[in-house]
Write a protein that binds this ligand. Structure first.
Ligand SMILES: NC(=O)c1ccc[n+]([C@@H]2O[C@H](COP(=O)([O-])OP(=O)(O)OC[C@H]3O[C@@H](n4cnc5c(N)ncnc54)[C@H](OP(=O)(O)O)[C@@H]3O)[C@@H](O)[C@H]2O)c1
Length: 256
């Protein structure tokens, strides 16, 4: 039986670095990489140390998980690792975004992540791992990034709860909560034709740092991690202070 890893969002940013450094975490017979951009997925064959199976899929489509379910049913592999990294955010007032943009974030960040986890779990046993990419946005309500933040709060909450359930049969579930990270994420999040919603980024990490931190933390106990000192400090403050104050500070900082 093949032992495979599945990585969504592998065509860019954090997911791409996960794919390219996978060999530092474990050994796999194949890596199934999922995203929409088929060319970028195919190019991973040159930089990933394991055989790559590109699966071009728009995960925001309602029944996209059925494609993965069918491939799993056909190949019957053991899924040693699932990384749910596909995701996007849009920075603007809720009412200024289209309904499709608002719902699209929920479809990709929450629905697809949940569905992929569900169809993959039957192919996991003791020692298998799920890594869900949440965000420090998961810890607080964020005006003008409201739907994105709420979607990541879902990812963190769901992951931690599931960790307890499937942990009983030796399956690890882990949520990664990055702070701002320099990737193509901002190309989609920010509309260059409008006034910037976010004027100040208090930190900007590299995807390489985020991924190497996650690999290190996955070797230890715990169900989530927050890479970086400034990120940890921010989460600590957000946990200690009333959220109405946290939101006011954010709005003042960003002149919103
Ligand atoms: N960058 C940050 O500041 C930051 C901070 C905290 C958390 N995160 C989270 O980190 C994860 C990775 O983001 P990133 O920063 O690496 O951004 P990125 O470079 O834009 O990568 C996003 C990935 O998601 C894939 N994707 C987007 N829409 C998709 C769809 N409909 N179906 C399938 N795949 C789709 C993209 O591939 P295609 O375009 O080829 O489909 C790409 O591979 C996301 O979940 C994001 O929310 C990012």
């Amino acid at each position: 039986m093949k032992n495979i890893a599945i990585i969504t969002g592998a065509s860019s940013g954090i997911g791409k670095i996960f794919a390219e450094t996978l060999h530092t975490h474990g050994a796999y017979d194949e890596v199934w990489v999922i995203a929409r951009n088929a060319d970028r997925l195919a190019a991973l064959a040159d930089t990933v140390r394991f055989p790559v199976r590109p699966i071009s899929l728009d995960l925001s489509a309602n029944d996209s998980h059925k494609t993965l379910a069918a491939l799993l049913e056909e190949g019957k592999p053991r899924v040693g690792l699932l990384i749910n990294c596909s995701g996007y955010g849009k920075f603007d007032a809720f009412e200024k975004l289209t309904l499709e943009e608002n719902i699209g974030m929920i479809d990709l960040n929450c629905r697809a992540l949940t569905a992929l986890t569900y169809v993959t779990l039957p192919y996991m046993d003791r020692g298998c791992e799920i890594l869900n990419v949440a965000s420090v946005a998961a810890f607080q309500p964020i005006p003008y990034i409201g739907v994105y933040g709420a979607s990541k709060a879902y990812v963190l909450s769901f992951s931690r709860a599931l960790a307890r359930e499937v942990g009983k049969r030796g399956i690890r579930v882990f949520a990664l909560c990055p702070f701002w990270t320099k990737t193509a994420f901002f190309d989609r999040a920010v509309d260059e034709t409008k006034d910037a919603v976010i004027k100040k980024y208090v930190a900007m990490y590299t995807p390489e740092y985020i991924v190497s931190y996650a690999w290190r933390k996955m070797k230890k106990k715990g169900d989530h991690c927050i890479p970086g000192f400034k990120a940890k400090l921010q989460v600590l403050a957000v946990k200690l202070l009333p959220h109405r104050l946290v939101m006011s500070v954010w709005q003042k900082q960003q002149k919103l």
